[in-house]
Write a protein that binds this ligand. Structure first.
Ligand code: AMP
Ligand code: MG
Length: 491
C-alpha cells in the first residue's frame, strides 16, 4: 500500500514566479538514519511507514508521494550585509504542506535533494555531518521550548559529496511553519514586483498572522508582529547561550522560527563576544550582536513593505519606523524577564536588571560555563548550597561577592525554596547540544558509520531539564583538549 501523506498545499498555488516546479533528484542507495517518531505522530504520519523501504524512498527523494507538489522556492537575501538578488532553494525541495493533529500547517521539505534552478555553482547536496548537526540542534531547540524548524528524518544517499574531501551524502526532512523568509520579500521587491510583494504579504498574514488581516493597516500589523516574534526569539537564544552563526536575511523566518542551522553553536564559557562561524571573520553574528542584527534584518523587511504601508512615501517610512520601534523594548523585556526567572526571581524589583548583568559580568570575567552556572544556581537557590557552583568561577570569591546581593534579593521573594528551585530547573537546562559532544557524534557517524552516539545524544537532549543519573558527562563542559573553537558552514 503506498504511504499516505495528508498533503494540503497552498504555497504551490501562488503564481509560478514564486518557485520552480521540479522533483527531487534520485539517489543510488538510500538508507535510513533516523525517523522522529514523536514529530511523525504530530504530523499525522506513521513513523513505521516512514521507516519502511517505501518511506525511505520518499525521504531520499527517490519517490514523490501522492499529493505532493514539489517546488524549489525563490528568495533573495543579504548575506553578511551584501545583497544577493537571487538565492532560492539551491538544494531543497518543498514536497508540500500538512495540517498536523494540533491544527497547525507545516511544510515538509527535503534538504540535500539535488540541483534546482537556484543551485548556482552548488551541487544541490548535503553532507551527512551538517544534516546530523541540524537534526540534533533543531530537535534540542524544540525540546528547550524555542521556536524552531524541526527534523522529521535523516537518510544517507550512498553517494559521496565533494567538499574539501569526499563526504557521505545525506538528506534531511525538515519541517517548518513555513519557509517564507525576509529574503523572500526582498526577492520580489528587488525586481520591482509590487504585486508579488502584496500577494506574499497577504499569504504570510493568512498563514501566520491572521489577526493582522483585521487590523486597520494589515501590513503594519504584519511588520509589527514579525518584529515581536523575532524579538522574543532572539531573547530566547541569548537566554540559552545559542549563537545562530549565519543570521542572513534569507535565514530569517517570517514565522519566527529558528531556521537554517549551519555553523551554529552553544556557548560553553560565557563570553558575549564569542563567534563560532569560520566564515564570520568580523563578528557580525557574535552572540551579543544577535539582537542588533535581528533588528537590522527587520529593517530590510520593512523596506520591502513600504509601498504597502502607505501611499505617501514619508508616511510609509514613519509607519515602518514606528512598527519596528517595538523591537527594542520587547527584546529587553523578554531578555530581562528570562534572566530574572533564571536566577529564581518571580517578582520584579528595581535593581533586578543590575543584579542579572552583574552575574553575567562575573561569569564572563571568570570563564564560567553558561549552562552549568545557571543549572547549579538552582541548587544554590534551594537547600543544596553552592559548593559545586563556586568552582565554575576562576575566582570563586567573585561569585561569593555577587551571591551576597542575590541572597538578599531572594529573601524578598515569596514562596518556599523548593518551589523556587523547581521553577528554576524548568528554565535552566542541564543538557544543551555541547559542541564537543555534537562533533563526537558526527565523527562516529561519518568515520565509523556508528550512529549510537548520535542516537544517545538525541535521547539525552529530548529532556533537557531532567537530571539523568548515568548521563552526567553530557552536562559537562569540554576538557581543554575537547574544546571546539569553530564550526564550519558545512554546505
Ligand atoms: P545557506 O548558507 O545554507 O543558508 O544557503 C545559502 C544559499 O546557498 C541558499 O540559496 C542555498 O540553497 C544555497 N546553497 C547552499 N549549499 C548549496 C549546495 N550544496 N548546492 C546548491 N545550493 C546551495
Ligand atoms: Mg539558508
Amino acid at each position: 500500500m503506498p504511504i499516505h501523506f495528508p498533503f494540503d498545499n497552498t504555497y504551490a498555488r501562488l503564481p509560478e514566479r514564486f518557485y520552480a516546479r521540479l522533483d527531487p533528484t534520485p539517489v543510488t542507495t538510500p538508507r535510513l538514519v533516523q525517523v522522529n517518531a514523536g514529530l511523525s505522530h504530530l504530523l499525522g504520519l506513521d513513523p513505521e511507514e516512514l521507516a519502511s523501504p517505501e518511506g525511505v524512498e520518499v525521504l531520499s527523494g527517490n519517490r514523490v508521494p501522492e499529493g505532493a507538489a514539489p517546488i524549489a522556492l525563490a528568495y533573495a537575501g543579504h548575506q553578511f550585509g551584501q545583497f544577493v538578488p537571487q538565492l532560492g532553494d539551491g538544494r531543497a525541495i518543498l514536497l508540500g504542506e500538512v495540517v498536523g493533529r494540533d491544527g497547525l500547517r507545516r511544510d515538509i521539505q527535503l534538504k540535500g535533494s539535488g540541483k534546482t534552478p537556484f543551485s548556482r555553482r552548488g551541487d544541490g547536496r548535503a553532507a551527512l555531518g551538517p544534516v546530523l548537526r541540524e537534526y540534533i540542534v533543531s530537535e534540542a531547540m524544540a525540546a528547550l521550548g524555542i521556536s524552531t524548524t524541526r527534523a522529521l528524518a535523516a537518510v544517507t544517499t550512498g553517494e559521496a559529496v565533494r567538499r574539501e574531501t569526499a563526504l557521505p551524502g545525506a538528506v534531511l526532512t525538515r519541517i517548518a511553519a513555513s519557509h517564507i523568509r525576509v529574503g523572500t520579500f526582498q526577492y520580489f521587491a528587488a525586481r520591482g514586483d509590487a504585486e508579488a510583494v502584496r500577494l506574499l504579504a497577504d499569504y504570510a498574514i493568512a498563514r501566520h498572522y491572521p489577526e493582522a488581516a483585521v487590523a486597520a493597516n494589515p501590513y503594519y500589523a504584519l511588520l509589527e508582529a514579525v518584529a515581536a516574534r523575532q524579538a522574543e526569539l532572539v531573547a530566547r537564544w541569548l537566554l540559552i547561550g545559542f549563537i545562530h552563526g549565519v543570521m542572513n536575511t534569507d535565514n530569517t523566518s517570517i514565522a519566527g522560527e529558528t531556521i537554517d542551522y549551519g555553523p551554529c553553536a552553544f556557548m560553553d564559557a560565557f563570553d558575549p563576544a564569542v563567534v563560532f562561524s569560520s566564515i564570520d571573520s568580523f563578528g557580525r553574528y557574535a552572540y551579543g550582536n544577535q539582537p542588533h542584527i535581528a533588528h537590522w534584518n527587520l529593517a530590510r523587511l520593512a523596506e520591502t513593505l513600504l509601498p504597502l504601508l502607505a501611499e505617501d512615501e514619508e508616511q510609509a517610512l514613519a509607519l515602518a519606523q514606528e512598527a519596528l520601534a517595538g523591537f527594542g523594548p520587547r527584546f529587553r523585556a523578554a531578555w530581562l524577564g528570562g534572566l530574572r526567572r533564571k536566577i529564581g526571581l518571580a517578582t520584579e524589583r528595581e535593581g533586578d536588571a543590575a543584579l542579572t548583568q552583574d552575574l553575567l559580568h562575573v561569569m564572563a570575567e571568570n570563564g564560567a560555563d553558561f549552562t552549568l552556572t545557571f543549572r547549579r544556581l538552582c541548587d544554590a537557590a534551594g537547600l543544596d548550597g553552592d559548593s559545586t557552583l563556586r568552582p565554575l568561577f576562576r575566582d570563586p570569591g567573585a561569585y561569593d561577592a555577587w551571591a551576597v546581593g542575590w541572597r538578599q534579593r531572594l529573601a524578598e521573594e515569596p514562596g518556599d525554596p523548593e518551589v523556587r528551585q523547581a521553577a528554576m530547573r524548568a528554565v535552566n537546562p542541564a543538557f544543551i547540544p555541547r559542541n564537543h559532544l555534537v562533533e563526537a557524534a558526527l565523527r562516529a557517524a561519518i568515520e565509523r558509520e556508528d550512529f549510537g552516539p548520535f542516537e544517545e545524544l538525541l535521547a539525552v537532549l529530548s529532556q533537557p531539564f531532567e537530571d539523568r543519573p548515568g548521563f552526567e558527562r553530557y552536562a559537562m563542559p569540554p576538557q581543554p583538549e575537547e574544546r571546539v573553537l569553530q564550526t564550519f558552514c558545512g554546505t
